[in-house]
Design a protein around this ligand. Structure first.
Ligand code: SAH
Ligand code: MG
Length: 200
């Protein structure tokens, strides 16, 4: 699987950040499985799977597949290719499955549900959690609170779409990033809007 093939898939993960995801997932999947919040059509999950497979490790990816606020009809990131006109809803699940099959990935486990509902029932400790779900303050904070506690010591928390400058993007991911730094996380590496934090 080559990075330019992954880069052609629909999604919100630029190639330079995707390559960082692969590198970090290789490192931290040696500690435990990977959990992604926000599968969308699988682009970032496939970058993660490429690193995790080297440790024979799984990538769980959660999404209710109804899309975030910005993906809804008439919103900024609406995409008719993932809109189910019959049922009048966004549905990214068919394209997620199609992309997993197209890339012949064997270690992605899609979970179709709300991230917080799954967290309340999830007991296994994780090597890395990647938060890329809803970008409202409430959604991002819920994901941080419910999933950061499930990371093993020396495991990683990765957060996408961090913009220090409010003119460049929403502030919710930056807020949870700062919150993590005040708790027991420290920066391992930063690539553009992606931050990888280690749990102490
Ligand atoms: N990681 C993807 C992009 C994710 S977009 C990529 O790189 O291409 C954010 C996704 O989070 C959307 O598909 C949306 O449906 C999902 N999402 C938002 N809030 C959620 C929640 N509470 N539970 C599960 N999924 C959620
Ligand atoms: Mg994102």
């Amino acid at each position: 699987m080559i990075d330019s093939e992954i880069d052609n898939l629909k999604g919100f993960m630029p190639k330079h950040e995707g390559i960082a995801l692969t590198k970090w997932s290789e490192k931290f999947s040696s500690i435990g499985p990977i959990m992604e919040i926000g599968s969308y059509c699988g682009k970032s999950a496939i970058y993660l799977s490429k690193g995790a497979i080297l440790n024979d490790q799984l990538v769980y990816t959660i999404d209710h597949h109804f899309g975030s606020e910005e993906h809804q009809i008439k919103e900024e990131y609406f995409d008719s290719e993932i809109f189910d006109y019959k049922n009048q809803r966004v549905n990214t699940l068919p394209l997620l499955i199609k992309n997993i099959n197209k890339m012949q990935v064997k270690n992605i486990v899609p979970i179709v549900s709300n991230s917080v509902d799954i967290a309340s029932k999830w007991n296994a400790k994780l090597g890395m959690v990647f938060i890329d779900g809803g970008h409202s303050f409430k959604a991002a904070n819920n994901d941080y609170v419910s999933w950061s506690t499930k990371i093993k010591k020396n495991g990683a928390l990765v957060i996408h779409d961090i913009f220090e400058n409010p003119d460049e993007g929403g502030q919710a991911p930056f807020e949870i990033f700062q919150k993590a730094l005040k708790n027991n996380f420290e920066v391992y590496e930063r690539v553009d809007t992606l931050a990888c934090l280690i749990k102490n």
